[in-house]
Design a protein around this ligand. Structure first.
Ligand code: ADP
Length: 268
């Protein structure tokens, strides 16, 4: 009986090992799939504006060569398309830099209140251009976090930029402090809310996927790359934080960046 038990143990052990190997293999394949999808998406996003630029160059070299009005118009479009490619390349570089940093945790104590103040001050001109009101009620009371300042700045500017872009003209974007949420114990949140059209429930879980857009045409028209929230998610994860999204169609959306609070002495 003992012998049979040993055989059974061995078999069970071997079986378990096969299972583990299978799930490793499945995970490896899923990762590989994500990587190839990502490369395909990125190439497609770059190819479209590039094809347009090449098309206009050919037109300008051909029949539109001596057409002053066409030249001005086409150069304008080419410059917009080149700017789009530039934004995309910058976002792709940000993403890969964050991924490379992912293994190291941030070490600099800083005050979230000051970061919020700096970023929101810098974004007032954009709000004005969008005829929107950017209302900041985060307050100046110290909120100690340990972070990469620039990256947290990028999280906030991505969220505020989205609220201004999708919130609709003439709307109000609020940036506020939120704390003591039982879902995020020991964390402090920066909430960014807009009174735009909101986002359908079915889209919410997918918003932070690379290149996922609710409305691709609208996103492109607004100069979006589809990478903003993926960047936000990666940065927050690196800081031990989280992104929370709440949205009601017709009423607006609230994106909250949650970060672990550190005591004042640490953040001095
Ligand atoms: P994009 O460059 O397209 O803005 P993001 O990753 O920043 O990419 O956002 C992904 C998508 O989420 C957007 O295309 C948009 O459809 C949706 N979205 C993001 N923020 C908001 C918001 N405040 N209100 C409505 N939709 C939003």
């Amino acid at each position: 009986a003992q012998m049979r038990q040993m055989e059974a143990d061995q078999e069970f052990g071997a079986g378990q090992q096969v299972l583990v190997q299978l799930s490793d293999e499945t995970r490896r394949m899923a990762t590989e799939r994500m990587r190839t999808d990502f490369i395909a998406n990125a190439s497609h996003e770059l190819r479209t504006p590039l094809a347009s630029i090449i098309g206009y160059i050919e037109t300008l070299q051909g029949h539109a060569r001596d057409d002053e009005a066409a030249r001005i118009h086409f150069l304008d479009i080419m410059s917009q398309q080149a700017a789009r490619m530039q934004r995309l390349v910058e976002d792709l570089m940000s993403l890969s830099r964050i991924e490379m940093d992912a293994r190291s945790t941030p070490t600099t104590p800083c005050d979230l209140s000051r970061i919020v103040l700096e970023v929101t001050d810098g974004m007032q001109p954009l709000a004005q251009r969008r005829k929107a009101t950017l209302q900041v009620t985060f307050g100046q009371e110290t909120a100690g976090i340990v972070a990469d300042r620039d990256q947290i700045g990028q999280v906030l500017s991505n969220l505020i930029e989205n609220a201004l872009k999708y919130g609709g003209e003439g709307g109000t974007v609020r940036v506020f402090r939120t704390e003591a949420d039982s879902r995020f114990p020991g964390m402090i949140g920066v909430g960014v809310s807009d009174d735009g059209p909101g986002i359908g429930r079915e889209h919410l879980p997918r918003l932070t996927e690379r290149f996922y857009r609710v409305n691709a045409k609208q996103s492109r028209a607004q100069g979006g790359t589809g990478l903003g929230l993926a960047i936000v998610k990666h940065i927050l994860a690196r800081h031990g934080g989280e992104l929370d999204v709440a949205s009601v169609q017709g009423l607006g959306s609230t994106f909250t960046a949650w970060l672990p609070l550190h005591t004042q002495d640490e953040a001095a």
